[in-house]
Design a binder for this molecule. Structure first.
Ligand code: FE2
Length: 492
């Protein structure tokens, strides 16, 4: 029989070589390679192929565009999309655009050969249909395949859509349990993270949230093999220690080859055993959800790094001026206590926690000769210092996910009567977090020593805040702050 022809389009030489080696080994296919979109199109123009494998990101043209153009040239050409694991959504897109299959990296040889066999088999059957034989068996098989693939895609899509809107791990864990119990139709589900040999349950339905030692339970086998375990009657429930009365499916959650968590699923609502399809669905679900947790962990690492960088920037400003040491920290502390007393929501409190620390970050753009000047400032020098909220706002601007923090930094020198800077906002037009910060900032400035004066007493600062209420400061904020100081004591 004549060998089949396969075109491999990928800019990664390793992927091209591995695939070529797989097909060479089978002895049934000849391969041709292309490393960019242009040369791939030229090849498709030149001759017909049994299958084209393409990466989604190839130089010169987007993988989907390449596929569209290739299929325009040869409408029956089967294209299989290969994609990095983080781009499952793109793969779903590719299927919608007419790809015959998608394979995620890192792939194994069996997946590749199974995809090829299936597509080539379909092609042969199709040729058979044209000749008039076994049409029904072909359609039956094709429908089953398609149904399975569509089901998998729609599940991946809904998992990705539902989990992608969540940004806290707690919310993700709860959603994982809720979705898994819905997808697999079980009454009991529990998801836990392994910490020091114990599976600490983070979310559960129908099962207790008590931690479970991995050793001596069915989880031990899951961790040892890295594979799921379907426990049957006679085995012991890891949750109760009693013999199971229904099947219990334990599926590992893996990051970078390490098992970090397990989901347990039991007690199907239809009373039946788990089918092979359901087990594979649970595995697909766990893979996608683990990926979402990984993204979240990456986000947290990124977020923490960023905050630490900005904090060290603030420290460097405060280090220039020994009088303002720990000023930002104290101001944030006061501001958070005011927000709590005023009953503000967690969004405002979060903005103050981060923004309070960074409120004077714009001072990094103010010259030392002005910032540290022991004498009275000239009008020009005052104008330069007064630019710091705008400079600070610009520093934060590229971080689009901190809009409230930016508002706070930009407006912490506005006055309630509209005479402040930079925008002369008045009353409620000033964000409440900025009104709070203004009071905390003024109090701390008065009660700490300055190059040009000694620290004032608490009594003096309190009288000053009252005096400037309704002109400079929000009366309600001043009231809340004085209450905070009364309750927790003014700083010594
Ligand atoms: Fe300031």
């Amino acid at each position: 029989m004549q060998p089949g022809r396969i075109l491999i389009v990928d800019d990664d030489p390793l992927v091209r070589d591995v695939l070529a080696a797989v097909f060479a080994h089978s002895g049934r296919y000849e391969t041709e390679l292309a490393c960019d979109g242009r040369s791939a199109i030229d090849k498709v123009k030149d001759r017909d192929y049994d299958i084209v494998f393409t990466d989604l990101t190839i130089p010169g043209v987007n993988g989907i565009d390449f596929m569209r153009e290739a299929v325009k040239l040869r409408p029956s050409l089967p294209v299989v999309v290969i994609t990095g694991h983080s781009t499952v959504d793109n793969a779903i897109n590719a299927m919608r655009e007419g790809a015959r299959d998608f394979i995620t990296k890192p792939f194994n040889v069996a997946t590749i050969t199974a995809a090829v066999d299936r597509i080539v088999g379909e092609k042969r059957l199709l040729a058979g249909i044209e000749r008039g034989d076994s049409r029904d068996s072909f359609i039956g098989r094709l429908n089953a395949e398609l149904f399975k693939k569509l089901q998998e895609i729609s599940i991946l899509q809904s998992v990705s859509a539902e989990l992608d809107t969540l940004y806290s791990n707690k919310a993700i864990y709860e959603k994982i349990v809720e979705m898994a119990s819905r997808l697999l139709m079980v009454r009991q589900a529990a998801f836990g993270i392994i910490e020091q040999g114990v599976l600490k349950i983070r979310s559960a339905v129908g099962l207790s949230t008590r931690g479970i030692p991995v050793s001596g339970t069915i989880f031990e086998q899951v961790v040892a093999t890295g594979r799921h375990h379907l426990a049957g009657f006679g085995e012991l429930s890891p949750h109760t220690g009693r013999p199971l009365t229904a099947q219990y499916l334990a599926v590992p959650f893996t990051l970078n080859g390490e098992i970090f968590g397990i989901i347990g699923l039991a007690d199907k609502t239809d009373g039946a055993a788990f089918t092979a399809d359901e087990v594979s669905l649970a595995l697909t679900f766990a893979k996608k959800a683990a990926q979402r947790i990984e993204n979240n962990a990456l986000y947290e690492v990124f977020y923490n790094n960023l905050i630490n960088t900005l904090k060290s920037l603030v420290n460097s400003i405060e280090a220039r001026d020994s009088y303002t040491k720990q000023h930002s920290e104290r101001v944030t502390d006061y501001a958070l206590r005011i927000a709590e007393t005023m009953g503000l929501g967690s969004e405002e409190q979060d903005a103050l926690r981060f923004g309070g620390y960074l409120h004077d970050i714009g001072k990094i753009g103010v010259r030392d000769t002005i910032l540290l000047k022991p004498d009275r400032l000239t009008d020009e020098e005052r104008a330069e210092i007064n630019l710091h909220p705008v400079i600070g706002g610009n520093i934060i601007k590229p971080l689009r996910f901190f809009p409230k923090e930016r508002e706070l930094i930009l407006h912490h020198h506005e006055h309630i009567d509209g005479t402040g800077y930079p925008d002369r906002l008045a009353g409620e037009a000033i964000p409440v977090s900025a009104r709070i910060l203004a009071v905390a900032d003024a109090y701390d400035a008065m009660t700490s020593s300055r190059p040009y004066r000694q620290a004032r007493t608490h009594t003096h600062a309190e009288a000053e805040l009252r005096r400037c209420s309704r002109r400079q400061f929000d009366e309600e904020v001043v009231h809340a702050f004085l209450q905070v100081l009364k309750e927790t004591g003014a700083p010594a």
